[in-house]
Write a protein of this length. Structure first.
Length: 313
């Protein structure tokens, strides 16, 4: 039988003061992960080598050597923020030149990066800006379920104004297309959350469901008949209800992520949809409280690499 070509996957180390180097080293030493692709880590080797005591098979390392002297781990540090940006920018230039099939990003410290780029919101927005993409979303993947948030990193007080008929329809459309393209679902079943408690109770507890969310659903149903809702989030996220759907679209960040992380934190993967590249990442941060203690759980990074390899085939 002919050999199946392995995807070439680039991995950025993330904040060198965080758990990124540790979870990458642990993940790539996992035999079920290491055989999935050819991996190229971008970072600072003097930091990474503290966690990877021996060479990792199927892996090369691009050492940017941008940490001139050892940094204090588990701290918010401008030099670490600058370094993590350089890892990412280098990876993006390689991806733009089509040198790699997918990108997996280690967690960065937003506060540290904001010392360099004050308006930095996160990987998602930074990647979209680099590629000039206007419509993109965060899809959180765990097992067979996908959670998409209609609004991302904005204050809760601004959510109501941010969700419009157009924006919700675009999120539904992008979600459905991504489910078809990447997960081979011909007619995806998508549940839409309401914004208000009890999905607004017909306008008795807020009007957004009536004026905005329901019209967007009806418009989407012309192309995607199995888009349903709006549902009250407190009942939709019960396991028995979730089994009926391929994806859920939440109206704001915590509405979708609190129940999902509460049940699946260690396996959750953030997959950015709408980009011209495949990008995944662990759905957690730098975890400064456990850096250097050999306590970091690599499960989310393992799942991120698995998903990147699967989608890149």
């Amino acid at each position: 039988m002919p050999k199946i070509k392995k995807p070439n996957i680039v991995i950025t180390m993330g904040d060198p003061c965080g758990i990124g180097p540790e979870i990458i080293a642990k993940a790539l030493c996992h035999p079920q992960v290491n055989k999935l692709g050819n991996f190229h880590i971008i970072g600072d080797y003097q930091v990474f080598s503290k966690y990877a005591k021996k060479p990792v098979a199927n892996t090369t390392f691009l050492d940017l050597k941008n940490i001139s002297k050892p940094l204090e781990i588990a701290t918010v540090n401008k030099k670490a923020g600058q370094a993590s940006l350089e890892y990412l920018d280098t990876a993006l230039s390689l991806l733009k030149a089509k040198k790699f099939s997918a990108l997996v990003t280690g967690p960065v410290c937003k506060e540290a990066v904001q010392m360099v780029i004050p308006k930095f919101k996160g990987h998602t927005e930074y990647l979209a800006n680099f590629f000039g993409i206007k419509k993109y979303d965060m899809m959180f993947v765990v097992d067979q379920l996908k959670i998409v948030v209609a609004t991302r990193h904005i204050p809760l007080s601004k959510v109501s104004k941010a969700i419009t008929l157009k924006s919700i329809y675009q999120t539904i459309d992008l979600t459905a297309k991504s489910l078809k393209t990447f997960f081979k679902l011909k007619n995806p079943k998508i549940a839409i959350c309401g914004l208000n408690p009890h999905a607004g109770e017909g306008g008795g507890i807020g009007k957004e469901e009536v004026t905005t969310i329901t019209p967007a659903i009806k418009k989407a149903q012309r192309l995607y008949p199995k888009v349903l809702g709006p549902f009250a989030a407190d009942t939709l996220f019960c396991p028995s209800a979730l089994k009926k759907f391929d994806a859920v679209i939440a109206m704001y960040h915590d509405q979708g992520l609190i129940p999902t992380k509460a049940t699946s934190f260690n396996k959750l993967v953030n997959f950015t949809i709408g980009l011209p590249i495949i990008r995944t990442s662990p759905a957690h941060g730098t975890a400064f409280d456990i850096v250097g203690k050999n306590k970091a759980n690599p499960s989310s990074m393992i799942e991120s690499i698995k998903l990147a390899a699967r989608l890149a085939k």
